[in-house]
Ligand binder design. Structure first.
Ligand code: F6R
Length: 357
């Protein structure tokens, strides 16, 4: 039930800090340490390569998940859009593990791939919010998101949950392979939950930002580098699906290879600056678009902030910034849709679970 909330989407965005805390709990063992079931851990440890298969927002979570598994567990990862995978199955490694990421667990494009993979005899793991869903039943293993029902068509809390569960799976796998990490993920996830809360609490400011940058726009850009690039893709998808503003997520450095031609006076450009090693480079991209008249909204992380950044998010572990930086983008999209009188929870042409190929 959405209770006093005008929209499920608003309720679900507000729930995000609680979702991260719940996931920490659900994935802690009796000793209070992050853990996943032993058979799943073994499947992850045994894999010489992971193939992540997903669509839409879940695909965007997969892009971040690749970094988690490569950095924390030392396993190479490929991320594939489910509807494309079947046409051109890549050369597979000797011991592949397929991970299906799906909020609903019903996405037909992803299921098609699962059917093929099973025929080939490869192990599969589904990360889903819905216990008993098709992808969960048909895969060898399941990790649940524990995000609670997500009703709004635009996925918000499930994305954040996917990131948290991917981080935990990668971290626990790395630990069990004897890979030393220089941070405690449980502590860092709790810090991220608090950071998300502070953004949720600043929604009035986010409403203002949305009005400032999007009230008159027909298009918008989201840019970032490295992990921020993946969040830019998600920010753009959120905005277009609920407000119908044409939006594109872009790697900061790629802009000048064509797309910068679209920047004109007043074009809104949201830039994420959460990664220290590329902060100067993305700020350089901001200067390039501003010089061409863009209305740039810089969203940076504490410690990397500069005086004229429009929004500064609390400091979190560099790998966990997507859980936090996506939240202002969700709210900005929500308010843009609201201001335009769009049907926020049920955007035109979309369904919550896409059961046709
Ligand atoms: C975007 C959105 C869609 C879904 C996609 C995959 O907000 O909701 O892009 O992410 O249809 O759905 P699942 O995760 O259920 O497989």
């Amino acid at each position: 039930e959405k209770g006093t909330y005008p929209h499920y989407m608003l309720k679900e965005m507000d729930e995000q800090p609680g979702v991260v805390r719940k996931i920490i709990q659900e994935y802690s063992n009796d000793a209070g340490e992050l853990a996943i079931d032993e058979p799943i851990l073994k499947a992850l440890r045994d894999a010489d390569r992971i193939y992540i298969i997903a669509a839409g927002t879940s695909y965007h979570a997969g892009l971040v998940g690749k970094q988690y598994f490569e950095k924390l567990a030392g396993i190479p990862v490929e991320v594939h859009i489910s509807s494309e995978f079947g046409y051109n199955i890549p050369l597979l490694s000797e011991k592949p593990l397929f991970i299906f990421i799906s909020q609903s667990g019903e996405t037909a494009d992803s299921r098609q791939v699962l059917v093929k993979v099973k025929k080939l005899g490869h192990p599969s793991l589904t990360i889903t919010n819905v216990a008993g869903s098709t992808l969960s039943r048909e895969a060898d293993y399941t990790l649940l998101l524990h995000a609670g029902p997500e009703i709004a068509v635009a996925s918000t809390k499930a994305y954040v949950a996917q990131l948290a569960v991917l981080a935990i799976a990668a971290y626990v796998t790395g630990k069990s392979k004897g890979i030393k990490s220089d941070f405690d993920l449980k502590t860092e996830l709790a810090i991220a939950a608090n950071a998300i809360q502070s953004i949720v609490d600043s929604k009035e400011e986010l409403h203002k930002i949305s009005n400032e940058y999007l009230s008159k726009s027909r298009n918008a850009f989201f840019i970032g580098r490295n992990i921020d690039y993946y969040v830019s893709l998600e920010g753009a998808l959120k905005l277009k699906e609920i407000s119908y503003i044409q939006a594109e997520g872009f790697a900061g450095g790629e802009l000048k290879h064509g797309t910068i031609a679209l920047i004109e006076k007043g074009t809104p450009v949201f830039a994420l600056v959460t990664q220290a090693p590329v902060a100067l480079n993305i700020r350089g991209n901001v200067k390039e678009v501003v010089a061409r008249g863009a209305n740039a909204c810089v969203i940076s992380m504490e410690g990397l902030d500069e005086h004229d950044d429009r929004l500064v998010i609390p400091k979190v572990h560099p790998l966990l910034t997507p859980l936090v930086s996506v939240v202002p983008l969700q709210f900005i999209s929500y308010y843009a849709a609201l201001e335009r009188g769009c049907d926020v929870d049920k955007p035109r042409n979309l369904a919550k679970s896409v059961t046709v190929e």
